[in-house]
Design a protein around this ligand. Structure first.
Ligand SMILES: *Cc1c(COP(=O)(O)O)cnc(C)c1O
Length: 388
């Protein structure tokens, strides 16, 4: 099937929810992808921060295939070792006490929202259920996580939305101002991804964390995108010198397989009990085996490499004509540009570079293992496109 036939079939049978880029992803190696016609693309997107060790990573494939050769699924009525091993590793590396596994970012956040409400119910009784999130946040596409998402443009059609969310300016004044007697949690992204790769200010975040602690308001950090080494630490909160009560993650966690995790720290370690929550697929052994092979390798050495690549990219990106600013941390970068981001991304693609957009910014999320040659080739194409 050639590409135009594929496009036709997709249009005929797939619900039209995606404004896809004009390329089919067929295979690849590392941060170099190929379409079915053999054309090569440098990957500055990782399938939205998912393929953190790139494509065709030997160790990851071995782990996944070896688990497939044993059993592909068990469900959570039974024990499986990859799930227990992964939960242990996550806890040991973060200080979290318990993990709930799901399949996606939205589900990880859904679980965090439920747990925050239950924590408060257990301790204070009914009525203390409100959650303060931030303006321009993104927490997912289910009704609760969409309700948590502080973007009015996304609150259309699907009403009524879930009650109890309010949206603060992304600073201490904004957040503390919206916290009242009914507030059980504050939920935030430390680097807002979908809305333009905007990191929150460290001092403001520290003040928010202290404020939450004093009021017994749970601090939920959504690390669906920032997690798993993306920002130069295993989890981004480690850049901020805070310890959240709940951390959610997904995207990069299993290196390309669907897996979400909600990590509970000390306060809410015992909040969820038998029957309170569940998932048929959550913590699937194949996904967990893949995640184990990834998580084991997110070490200090890799994080130093990520920080080095980040500095290199930031330096060279800021020198490109028509780049107005570079924001972000680690290998999660946003470029404010002169021009329309989607048009620029389409033109990059034509020349063999995959980049993402976030609002009207370009968003770069390359695999953490991207090579120097691949980075330079990507920079060359970006430079060419933005100088036109
Ligand atoms: C992508 C994303 C989500 C939603 O994740 P899905 O796996 O698409 O459900 C939630 N929060 C943040 C910060 C994200 O970047």
């Amino acid at each position: 099937m050639n590409f135009s036939e594929l496009k036709e079939k997709d249009k005929e049978y797939i619900a039209g929810t995606y404004n896809r880029f004009a390329v089919d992803i067929y295979e690849g190696n590392g941060a170099t992808l190929r379409s079915a016609d053999g054309k090569e693309y440098i990957d500055f997107g990782s399938g939205i921060a998912v393929n953190i060790f790139g494509v065709n990573d030997r160790e990851w494939k071995d782990a996944v295939i070896s688990q497939i050769n044993k059993v592909q699924h068990a469900c959570n009525l039974y024990y499986t070792q990859p799930q227990a091993d992964l939960a242990e590793l996550l806890c040991k590396k973060t200080g979290a006490k318990k993990v709930f596994f799901s399949n996606s970012g939205a589900e990880a956040n859904e679980c965090a929202i439920k747990a925050a409400r239950k924590y408060s119910f257990d301790k204070y009784g009914e009525g203390r259920y409100e959650i303060v999130t931030l303006k321009n946040s993104f927490h997912g596409r289910t009704l609760a996580t969409l309700s948590a998402t502080g973007q009015p443009a996304m609150h259309k059609y699907f009403m009524p939305f879930v009650d109890g969310f309010s949206y603060a300016d992304p600073n201490f004044e904004g957040v503390s101002g919206l916290c009242g007697k009914k507030t059980c949690a504050v939920m935030l992204e430390l680097v807002q991804g979908e809305s333009g790769v905007n990191p929150l200010d460290k001092e403001q975040v520290k003040k928010i964390a202290e404020f939450c602690k004093k009021r017994d308001i749970l601090l939920i950090v959504d690390e669906v995108q920032t997690g798993n080494g993306r920002t130069g630490k295993l989890y981004c909160y480690q850049n901020y010198g805070i310890i959240p009560d709940i951390v959610t993650t997904a995207k990069g966690l299993a290196g390309g397989l669907p897996l979400g995790a909600t990590m509970f720290f000390e306060k809410c370690e015992h909040t969820l009990n038998a029957g309170d929550h569940g998932s048929t697929f959550g913590g699937n052994p194949v996904a967990c085996a893949g995640a184990l092979s990834i998580l084991k390798r997110i070490d200090d050495q890799l994080m130093l490499e990520v920080q080095g690549k980040s500095d290199y990219l930031k330096t060279h990106l800021s020198r490109i004509k028509n780049v107005l600013s570079v924001t972000g941390m680690g290998l999660m970068l946003g470029l404010e540009i002169n021009g329309n981001a989607r048009e620029v991304a389409d033109r990059c693609l034509k020349k063999g570079l995959i980049v993402l957009t976030a609002k009207n910014k370009l968003r770069l999320l390359p695999p953490l293992t991207i090579g120097k040659g691949e980075i330079d080739e990507g920079l060359r194409i970006l430079n060419e496109v933005l100088s036109e």
